[in-house]
Design a protein around this ligand. Sequence first.
Ligand code: G3H
Length: 347
Amino acid sequence: MAKMLVSVRNVDEAVLALHNGADIIDLKEPGQGALGAVGAEMLAAVQAEIAGRRPVSAVAGDLPMDPAVITPAVQARAAADFVKIGFFPAEREAWEAVCADLAAKTPGIAKVAVFFGEDGVDPDFMPILHQAGFTGAMLDTRTKDGRRLLDHMSLAALRHFVDAASAAGLQTGLAGSLEAPDVARLLPLAPDYLGFRGALTAGERAGELAAEKVKAMSALFKPIMVNEASQTDRVFIRDFVQNMEIGAYGFERGRKQQVRFTIEADVLRVSRQPESMGDVYSYDVMMDAVAQIAERGHTDLVETLAEELAATILADSRVVEVTVRVEKLDLGPASAGIEIRRKCERL
Ligand SMILES: O=C[C@H](O)COP(=O)(O)O
């Protein structure tokens, strides 16, 4: 189960985060950029107060990719359970020099590399991080201009990052102006944690952390309790048209054609007074499933797409039955396709 990382700027916020569901306390100064650092004294004070009840991370700062700058900043934060180091735009050689220096001079400090959605991330760099002694890699945003991580990178690209980092033996995290509806979309990628700041404050990202917002976000990470005898509601997306590579004929290869998707899911009702994202099944998850299938490349059969989509939707324990219709629109005088209905096997 993914954990919730909450960025805090001082002892009071650390305590608030602890008592309202944070799994990881992440120390930074949000008024000083994406990875604005706080001093070693504040880190010591937060560690003393949290007293091992949660891991405490600290950021090294918004720093140039220079080992002579980054290594001392990491060493100064050795009291953290892990130190987050931003990999800001630079030549690959500079990144590798930072890794080599940290490997040589900070062997006892757990380190997490932070990449940024604005720049994308090279999954081939993950094994290099692991060799250099990093324990984790995460994606965040660096501009904090209101755009969310998913505005910069597709779910398929995020999945690729999570899979590559996990395969390299790294813990994975995703962050970047995430909001409550993002949680249901990102949890299926199986990151080790999701990180938040802006969505948990009363106003601006640099404003004060709000207890009720931390608590509400943390509720989205808990398994949803539904009574299997409860009634179902129908959640749907209709007529979602995607350009994609599809078809078993030779002439259908190497080109895209329009495919129309309709998905209707019967979902066990969590509440008759839905108030938060935790009370609902998100139709975003359906649209994401279609978009990811379209992005991965050629598929011969609409039947394959329909079965895969049905299985993806039924993977959520609240879904008891799903109907998936897949139609090719560019074949000629008619649309052609398939509609399947699948039930959850545990019922
Ligand atoms: O490490 C996580 C970040 O502090 C997330 O901040 P944000 O949600 O404001 O982008």
